[in-house]
Design a protein around this ligand. Structure first.
Ligand code: 13P
Length: 252
């Protein structure tokens, strides 16, 4: 059975001092517990801190991720960061299509698909975020929205789609303390799994993470669902004790 993946998305938080303290706490906890049970652990940090976090986490088993990546290879794209640059810092994962990027930076399904494609070509695993807004859920459009978002990525990436990670993050649950119930989350994860199954014979390999106010108290119940293969954690990833509790719930 595949391991679960717990990825922290630090968003625009942190400082040299705070990052060192947070990672110190996480590494200390990881070294103490778990009795051989395992989960994959990653931290997706602000680009400015990739070098620092690479140095601190080297050899610790904590994988490094970015929160975005350019769809372009290189050149006159001020402010953008390329896959090759991320690779220089040992980056394994790149979040693409986070709802905050879609909302505040007008990222389209097509752009998100292009970013995923660029990452895959460079050997970086894209964590492709999909999720509906509250208005879309209330209008009964959840399935339609997440399928449209994932379809763009499937269309652009063909059989390589089995190499991505998907994160279902209902927009109404992000940073609100309002978590999807395990049943609500599982229902959408099952839809996404079926969509992947139609696209690749290796769909079981794809980890589908849940994100949106996942925390130390609700992680175990969410992670017990059949198609929830891990979590993409915002606020609770900034506290080592909470992050460790979520990792423990995912480890087996
Ligand atoms: P919160 O866990 O803070 O709700 O954030 C979730 C998220 O957006 C992770 O990418």
């Amino acid at each position: 059975m595949k391991q679960k993946l717990i990825a922290g998305n630090w968003k625009m938080n942190g400082s040299l001092a705070a990052n060192a303290a947070l990672l110190g706490g996480i590494q200390h906890g990881l070294a103490q517990a778990f009795n051989g049970r395992k989960a994959q652990v990653a931290v997706c940090v602000p680009a400015a801190y990739l070098s620092q976090v690479q140095q601190i986490t080297q050899g610790s088993g904590i994988e490094l991720g970015s929160q975005d990546v350019s769809a372009q290879e290189q050149g006159a794209y001020t402010g953008e960061i390329s896959c090759a640059m991320l690779k220089d810092f040992g980056v394994r994962y790149a979040i693409v299509g986070h709802s905050e990027r879609r909302q505040y930076h007008a990222e389209t399904d097509a752009l998100v698909a292009a970013k995923a494609q660029r990452a895959l070509a460079a050997g970086i695993t894209p964590i492709v975020c999909v999720g509906e807004t509250l208005a879309e859920r209330e209008a009964g459009k959840t399935e339609e929205v997440v399928k449209r978002q994932l379809a763009a990525v499937i269309h652009a990436n063909g059989h390589c789609i089995s190499e991505i990670v998907v994160a279902y993050e209902p927009v109404w649950a992000i940073g609100t303390g309002k978590t999807a119930t395990p049943e609500q989350a599982q229902a959408v994860h099952a839809v996404l799994r079926a969509q992947l199954k139609a696209a690749t014979e290796h769909s079981d390999r794809v980890q589908i993470l849940y994100g949106g106010s996942m925390n130390a108290a609700n992680a175990a119940e969410l992670l017990a669902q059949a198609d929830i293969d891990g979590g993409l954690i915002g606020g609770a990833a900034l506290k080592s004790a909470d992050f460790l509790t979520i990792i423990a719930a995912a480890a087996r």
